[in-house]
Design a protein around this ligand. Structure first.
Ligand SMILES: *[C@@H]1O[C@H](CO)[C@@H](O)[C@H](O)[C@H]1NC(C)=O
Ligand SMILES: *[C@@H]1O[C@H](CO)[C@@H](O)[C@H](O)[C@H]1NC(C)=O
Ligand SMILES: *[C@@H]1O[C@H](CO)[C@@H](O)[C@H](O)[C@H]1NC(C)=O
Ligand SMILES: *[C@@H]1O[C@H](CO)[C@@H](O)[C@H](O)[C@H]1NC(C)=O
Length: 472
């Protein structure tokens, strides 16, 4: 099965791990003792070449996948990593965006109740993608640091010329299509351009500078007021040294609003024709996988193409959310905390979970959320809760050198049980990284905190969503 078409982008995993993890206490299997020093943000990007080796059937060059705020990011954020409250807010706005996009044109206005709202005063980017990948664009290739997003399709990069009113400040120089020998705007009448309309991404036509060609306009409107528009274009995309996708369609972005990210653009990994995996499906089969590193100083990977041997994965069926063609939906059937299965009627999970690497925190319907929260609080009763107006579950670990955290496991359709990483797949900033999505039966979200250290395989061959533990 090893085929030359089979591309992988592997990753170097830098060794920044929890300083202490050991089995503990009364139930060795169900609780993990974590050193509180592992909760500190690490400022140094280790350049150690010690790697977690990818599976042997993955050969290829290395493209690291980083945490947006991590020290290994090429353009690390100068801002402090977001607080839990901010993460929660971003996460809710994000959820609202995905929901409203799926409902577009359906004449339905509400499906979620109350929990999700967009404050009008929020002008900053609240679209909460968190992980970046570095790819080469153009000829010669220029490195672009792009946010990874399974919740949208069209990839875009800020392009020169663009002034500070129209483009947000980014760390790297703007991509300049005039300096690339392979850049070409996509003509307006082309099928590629017409296909944008059907995904609500079209934005008419514009003439090039000398008025000789009509170019294809694109436009994406995300949650929280973030917008981008520009010229839909063809360009060479270098995924890894020697691994070049000719004629990659992306948006050369000339007008952005509401963004405060320092990255150069966004990489769309959704299920519609504009996304990277779908555009390259003739080359790599349309499947892709990634592993999000557990801590901000770590590195994970993004790989295009399914591994030939998937014996290390557990698969659950996957569909797209409300036939929106973009979002990936799976179904949760149960939750356990500290080895104890919570008693939750199956029915409340009926809305499913959108698998969204651009969303930080997982959202569950009201009953499973309440049961998870109370079981977690009971298991963590030894530690002081920080009082909060919201119903957050945040702990003050000051004075503790280590903390005993219960394992949390999610079970999906098909009996696939996934142990979340402890503590990084469960706690964010000392807070339980779950929130309520709405009433029982409503759709929820599987956020990127919960995906940490798991290889998530989006199998375009109909295999569904695969999970592989301990992948980065
Ligand atoms: C920025 O560029 C746009 C488009 O070229 C132009 O309309 C706008 O006036 C410019 N703004 C400033 C402050 O130069
Ligand atoms: C007009 O611009 C295009 C690129 O945008 C270029 O290929 C073409 O040669 C130009 N034509 C003239 C007459 O300058
Ligand atoms: C797939 O990998 C597993 C180990 O992960 C190995 O035991 C098995 O033999 C492999 N199967 C094939 C067909 O190579
Ligand atoms: C955490 O606990 C310490 C002492 O135990 C206290 O000084 C500090 O104010 C607490 N912090 C919060 C946010 O409650």
């Amino acid at each position: 099965m090893a085929s030359p078409l089979f591309l992988c982008i592997l990753l170097v995993v830098f060794g920044s791990y929890l300083s202490t993890i050991s089995a503990a206490g009364n139930d060795k299997e169900s609780f993990v003792v974590v050193s509180t020093s592992s909760f500190q943000t690490q400022d140094v990007c280790s350049t150690s070449t010690s790697t977690v080796m990818p599976r042997p059937d993955r050969a290829g060059a290395v493209v690291p996948l980083l945490h947006r705020h991590g020290p290994c990011a090429k353009s690390p954020s100068t801002d402090k990593p977001s607080s839990f409250a901010e993460a929660l807010h971003r996460s809710r706005v994000r959820a609202d965006y995905i929901m409203s996009r799926a409902l577009r044109g359906r004449g339905t206005t509400t499906i979620m109740e109350g929990k999700v709202s967009i404050p009008a005063h929020l002008g900053t980017s609240v679209d909460s993608q968190e992980y970046v990948v570095t790819l080469g664009l153009g000829t010669p290739a220029v490195e672009q640091v792009l946010l990874m997003d399974t919740g949208s399709d069209l990839s875009w990069v800020q392009c020169a010329p663009c002034n500070s009113t129209d483009c947000y400040p980014q760390k790297d120089p703007l991509f300049d299509p005039r300096k690339s020998s392979t850049y070409a705007p996509i003509p307006c009448g082309s099928d590629v351009c017409k296909s944008l309309q059907s995904n609500h991404l079209g934005n008419g036509c514009s003439m090039n500078d000398n008025g000789t060609q009509s170019q294809c306009g694109y436009r994406v409107q995300y949650g929280g007021g973030l917008k981008t528009r520009g010229v839909y274009s063809n360009e060479a995309l270098t995924l890894a040294p020697g691994e070049v996708v000719k004629d990659f369609h992306f948006g050369c972005a000339y007008k952005q609003r509401g963004a405060d990210d320092k990255t150069d653009g966004l990489l769309g990994l959704g299920g519609a024709p504009q996304s990277l995996p779908v555009q390259t499906s003739a080359l790599y089969g349309g499947s892709f996988s990634y592993c999000l590193p557990p801590v901000s100083s770590g590195t994970g990977f993004l790989a295009l193409g399914a591994p030939s041997n998937t014996s290390g994965f557990s698969f659950t069926p996957m569909t797209d959310f409300m036939d929106d063609g973009t979002s990936y939906l799976v179904k949760l059937t149960g939750i356990s905390v500290g080895g104890k299965q919570l008693r939750i009627p199956r029915k409340v999970f009926e809305g499913g979970l959108i698998v969204d690497c651009g969303n930080i925190i997982s959202h569950l319907p009201s009953t499973p959320y309440a049961k998870l929260r109370s079981a977690f609080r009971a298991a963590m009763a030894a530690y002081p809760l920080i009082p909060s107006d919201d119903d957050d579950t945040c702990y003050n670990f000051t004075g503790y050198s280590d903390v005993t955290v219960p394992k949390v496991a999610l079970t999906f359709t098909g009996g696939v049980t996934v142990d979340l990483d402890v503590p990084n797949g469960v706690l964010l900033d000392g807070c339980l990284a779950f929130t309520e999505s709405g009433s029982d039966g409503y759709v929820g979200f599987l956020g990127n905190v919960q995906m940490r250290t798991l290889e998530m395989l989006y199998d375009a061959r109909g295999g569904g969503l695969g999970f592989r533990a301990g992948a980065c």
